[in-house]
Design a protein around this ligand. Structure first.
Ligand SMILES: Nc1ncnc2c1ncn2[C@@H]1O[C@H](COP(=O)(O)OP(=O)(O)OP(=O)(O)O)[C@@H](O)[C@H]1O
Ligand SMILES: [Mg+2]
Length: 475
């Protein structure tokens, strides 16, 4: 795919710096958007795709480090280049810890900047090429991609092989980052439907109001903005499989429609009357405790039984023993190749450190840790210093934990703690209810209920989050 590259976003409060960055980059053929503040940057990022973000460390308002943190959580695949005033290793490490891809110390030569940018462009091309190839080959997930030798993972691979060729519906459960998507993809690729489409929908990433028309399509004029008739993704998946990720976040009314669809394969487009029928295999996944969701009345029990024909439960990484090192080696090789760096090994102490961590973010967290470690390490063995300070992180979590002060009752203290927690997660997610609910692993409905109970007022009831479809598909 030789599509034009997206623009570079430059964030700097100094006008001269913005101008000179813009000149250097446009001379080299890159498109550039320049803004003055982190706040503005976040606003344009929500509107448009960018190749990378170049930001100064010091900005008026929100700092460059904070900006990196926010961008990194919201668009984990978007590279960020940080410009710092002095070349101290400490600042560089800070920048990379916050999620920057690389950093440049002022003053720098234009070639240094262009070199860093061209690395991002190359990565972008590779990612796109990969996506295109995968689309061509209809996404080839292979069971060998599931790395691990622990009994749980061996059994998982075995079960995928057994279940894939049947048409059975599968429900994949497991904490965030345990590999649910990988499992779903392998199920399709090992099935007899592998030459037909594999359609993926993330139910949490699409606003509630659009999800139904995404799934089942709509007729012209069905709602404001429905200018043309649109086929549903289930039609696209006819003969193949559909993967509904984060299924527990689907609204109750849509759950009812999905139930009907699962009963006989029929559906009607939004605003339509004609009954349509397709033949698709459904694979669903969620990282929420689905039984609790049923208990909280967020999820229909009858739908659960329909989906739960075969259940896969992915073990958390901390229960997989030495798989941690196997996966770490796997990602190290993977990123060395991408970054065109010579393959490194882990020092004994680094291995110990990896083994002793609890991995709340599971394989995804490990993958990020290894990528970062490879960037930070200057010697030919990965040392513990290039890995995050897990103890510090756990310690910090403890230090900010709840404490009994004053003469409040347990209920009051719990409510205060809960309020603080929910508010901070709301802030981290720019007050998007969808993302906050996702992070807290509760439904939006439950989140709104809690906010009401805890008296949290964000000043707006709307969730203006754009559907992150393009970004999902690109990752
Ligand atoms: N056993 C494994 N071997 C190799 N890579 C893995 C394994 N498990 C997960 N990964 C990788 O870890 C990352 C996270 O996995 P995945 O996206 O499948 O998680 P998930 O369970 O869907 O998480 P979430 O609930 O947050 O969506 C992906 O890059 C995936 O390729
Ligand atoms: Mg997933």
């Amino acid at each position: 795919m030789s599509a034009a590259l997206p623009s570079v976003l430059v964030v700097d409060d100094e006008k001269n710096m913005r101008l000179s960055l813009k000149t250097v980059l446009t001379d080299e053929g890159y498109g550039v958007t320049a803004v003055e503040s982190a706040e503005e940057a976040l606003a344009v990022l929500a509107q448009e795709d960018f190749l990378l973000v170049i930001t100064d460390a010091r900005l008026g308002g929100m700092s460059g480090y904070e900006l990196i943190g926010k961008v990194h959580t919201r668009w984990p695949d978007l590279p960020i280049l940080m410009i710092t005033a002095y070349a101290t290793p400490k600042l560089a490490v800070e920048a990379i810890k916050a999620g920057a891809f690389d950093y440049l110390a002022k003053p720098f030569a234009p070639e240094e900047l262009l070199h860093a940018v061209s690395r991002c462009a190359e990565r972008h091309r590779l990612l796109h090429q990969n996506a295109a190839l995968r689309a061509q080959a209809n996404e080839t997930y292979q069971i060998e991609q599931i790395v691990g030798d622990s009994p749980g993972i061996r059994e998982l691979r075995q079960m995928i092989q057994t279940v894939a060729p049947t048409d059975a519906r599968v429900l994949v459960l497991g904490e965030s980052g345990t590999g649910k998507e990988l499992v779903a993809g392998s199920l399709h690729c090992l099935s007899t439907r592998r030459n037909a489409s594999y359609v993926r929908i993330n139910c949490a990433a699409i606003p509630e109001t659009l999800l139904e028309s995404e799934l089942f399509g709509h007729e012209k004029g069905a709602f404001t903005g429905a200018l043309k008739q649109k086929a549903g993704r289930v039609e696209e998946a006819d003969g193949g499989s559909i993967f509904l990720d984060e299924i527990a976040d689907m609204s109750r009314p849509l759950q009812a429609k999905l139930l009907r669809f699962l009963e006989d394969g029929t559906f009607t487009r939004v605003g339509g009357t004609q009954e349509l029928r397709v033949n698709v295999r459904l694979i669903a996944a969620t990282n929420r405790d689905i039984i609790e969701a049923i208990r909280e009345n967020d999820f229909r029990e009858d739908l659960f039984h329909r989906l739960n024909v075969v259940q896969f439960r992915l073990p958390p990484l901390r229960e997989r023993g030495p798989d941690v090192l196997m996966l770490a080696d796997h990602f190290l090789r993977h990123f060395s190749q991408i970054m065109k760096r010579p393959a490194k090994r882990f020092s004994r102490a680094a291995q110990q450190k990896l083994l002793s961590h609890h991995w709340p973010g599971n394989v995804r967290e490990l993958r990020n840790v290894i990528e970062r470690g490879l960037i930070l390490e200057t010697s030919d063995e990965i040392q513990p210093a290039s890995l995050p300070d897990f103890q510090l992180e756990t310690g910090l979590r403890k230090a900010t934990g709840p404490r009994a002060i004053g003469n409040e009752s347990l209920d009051e203290m719990m409510a205060n703690f809960e309020r603080e927690l929910v508010t901070s997660v709301l802030e981290q997610n720019h007050f998007s209810l969808t993302r906050t609910a996702e992070r807290l692993k509760i439904s939006r409905h439950a989140l709104r209920y809690r906010m009401q109970r805890l008296n949290i007022n964000t000043g707006s009831e709307t969730d203006e989050e754009p559907p992150a479809l393009g970004k999902e598909a690109a990752s």
